[in-house]
Write a protein that binds this ligand. Structure first.
Ligand code: UDP
Length: 318
């Protein structure tokens, strides 16, 4: 897998190992964490280094690649799009090139709800049109399009998992969320408790019940499971497909804040700020296709379980 030192990648690696799979992690550690990977499994190679990738693939032939490695900060992508297109798009192209050269023709790709931008219909189905509103979202659309042609021309089958809001931590406390800088809501709510410095809620004048944005939070352990199901489907001959990975239930920023207060047993200092550019009021997945076609059944994605596992991880590592 690529990006196995990151948040979702490291969780998936643990789950693959728990299930008895062998895993090799390719990561340049530019954003990931060395301590999140078993050193014996880590290969420090940059995605743009096609020759380096070919070497890893020849040394450790694998059934499939799970491709997590990417830059993920929407705001940053609007300041330095060139870095996002280079790492996310050119990096993926380099990976696909190495896969074709070594005869590996199954890929699971970390895509995102950001490919939809401001969707017209919610819950969102996979047939909703591409309409990204950030360079990050566009970079993922571009890779999804590359994958279409690699299937047509090279027979490289892929499953794109379009993540909604990944959250929570490994229930056994082995790995969790740790981005630098952190931009995600739940770790920032914890940070506000820890430091006493108020977190800013990005707008409370949206057309939702309490005025704050609604998102579909999906537990990272459930997301990791979706990758294993996707690899197994490809191994069983499934055709290329794209799936939303969310729970179908949305929670507002205020509801998440309340859940954090309940779990932590302390108030979250906060203030209301302006809206964040590009934030749609409501993003909720219809993930019926992932459930019926791949048998995905999210088990940890109640808001309570998400916040509790994240808090346990935060307490140990924050
Ligand atoms: N959010 C917020 N304050 C923050 C960070 C996030 O109010 O400091 C809101 C954000 O506007 C969105 C939700 O929390 O409605 C989830 O944001 P996050 O960045 O975690 O994920 P995204 O939805 O951007 O993928």
């Amino acid at each position: 897998m690529t990006g196995g030192a990151g948040y979702i990648g490291s969780n998936t690696a643990l789950q693959l190992l728990d299930a008895g799979y062998d895993v090799v992690v390719v990561d340049n550690l530019s954003r990931g964490h060395r301590e999140s990977v078993d050193p014996a499994r880590l290969r420090e190679v940059d995605l743009l280094d096609t020759e380096g990738l070919v070497k890893v693939m020849n040394e450790a032939p694998c059934e499939a690649v799970i491709h997590f490695a990417a830059y993920i900060a929407v705001g940053e992508s609007m300041k330095i799009p060139e870095v996002y297109f280079l790492n996310n798009v050119a990096g993926s192209l380099s990976l696909l090139t190495a896969m074709v050269r070594t005869g590996i023709r199954k890929l699971v790709f970390s895509s995102t709800a950001a490919v939809y931008g401001m969707p017209e219909r919610v819950p969102i189905v996979e047939t909703e049109r591409y309409a990204p509103v950030s360079a990050y979202g566009e970079s993922k659309v571009m890779v999804e399009k590359l994958l279409h042609w690699f299937d047509q021309i090279h027979g490289l089958r892929s499953i794109c998992l379009r993540y909604f809001n990944a959250a929570g931590a490994d229930p056994a406390g082995r790995t969790g969320e740790c981005h630098e800088p952190e931009t995600h809501l739940i770790p920032l709510l914890f940070k506000a408790i820890r430091t006493g410095i108020p977190v800013t809620l990005f707008g409370d004048d949206y057309p939702t019940a309490d005025g704050t944005c609604i998102r579909d939070y999906v537990h990272v352990t459930d997301l990791a499971r979706a990758h294993i199901l996707a690899v197994e489907a490809l191994a069983a001959g499934a055709p290329s497909a794209k799936y939303n990975a969310g729970t179908g239930h949305g929670f507002s920023v205020r509801e998440v804040l309340k859940a954090v207060e309940d779990v932590a047993g302390r108030p979250v200092p906060y203030e209301i700020g302006p809206r964040r550019e590009g934030d749609p009021p409501l993003l909720v997945a219809d993930s019926g296709r992932l459930q019926t076609e791949l048998g995905w059944n999210p088990q940890y994605s109640s808001l309570r379980a998400i916040v509790e596992t994240a808090w346990r991880w935060e307490c140990r590592n924050g």
